[in-house]
Design a protein around this ligand. Structure first.
Ligand SMILES: [Zn+2]
Length: 238
């Protein structure tokens, strides 16, 4: 299955919090999108890996994803090394995305910056024919995505561009709420965390409004570039 957009995310729910409006927008345009979570988020304070997988599947349905995959790398302990690069390269070659969306280049959670660097290296290396990987006993073709953009997570980063997701904001919030074990849920008796407070959902709203306001719309999602962006005409920038 070839995807147009592949999201690589250190933890289940990273994609929902940061770029699910952009995913929903492109799915509505007929693009094929998928999310590969690197870990099961098994060190998260709330919920269990099984529950988070179930929540991720529910969110995938809300966003209209073609693929929701999980690499099962160790939460907090995955490294940008040969073993983990090969695991990500296999997924990039399997889904052959034109665009990859990856973790924020630096953030509060150390997995995010490390996940970003792992994605950068794996996207480049997936295009090298002499790095051989197999899927179901068959040699995979080399594939390098045309673009890699980084979404923005907890820490504020000035975006290089902002996507207007105003029409998909409700879908985004529904996809976040699919992670019932993680976010504000008055019915839960689990310990409160940084992301489970009511304030955190207000922050998500404020962040979306701030990025939206910066381009004159209601809600936006910001991204940073990995390399210089080229345009065919100045009018592409409108
Ligand atoms: Zn995360």
């Amino acid at each position: 299955m070839k995807l147009d957009i592949l999201v690589l995310a250190a933890h289940p729910d990273d994609a929902e919090l940061t770029c699910s409006g952009t995913i929903a927008l492109h799915v509505a345009m007929g693009k094929k999108a998928g999310v590969v979570d690197l870990t099961q988020g098994e060190l998260g304070t709330r919920g269990t890996p099984e529950l988070r997988l179930e929540e991720a599947r529910e969110s995938a349905g809300i966003l209209g994803l073609e693929v929701r995959d999980n690499l099962g790398l160790p939460d907090m302990f995955f490294r940008n090394d040969r073993e983990h690069q090969l695991a990500v390269i296999r997924k990039i070659r399997q889904y052959q995305p034109d665009i990859v969306l990856a973790n924020a280049v630096s953030d509060r959670h150390p997995d995010h910056g490390r996940g970003a660097q792992l994605a950068i290296d794996a996207c480049f290396m997936a295009g090298l024919r002499k790095i051989e990987t197999e899927l179901d006993g068959k040699l995979q073709e080399a594939w390098r995505p045309a673009q890699l953009f980084h979404y923005i997570q907890s820490q504020y980063i000035k975006p290089d561009f902002v996507v207007d997701v105003s029409d998909y904001w409700e879908t985004k919030i529904a996809s976040i709420k699919a992670f019932r074990s993680q976010f504000f849920n008055p019915a839960s008796d689990e310990p409160e965390t940084f992301i489970s407070s009511e304030n955190f959902m207000k922050f998500i709203d404020a962040r979306g409004r701030e990025y939206g306001q910066s381009i004159g719309v209601t809600y936006g999602e910001g991204f940073t570039l990995n390399k210089q962006l080229g345009v065919r005409s100045l009018f592409d920038l409108l």
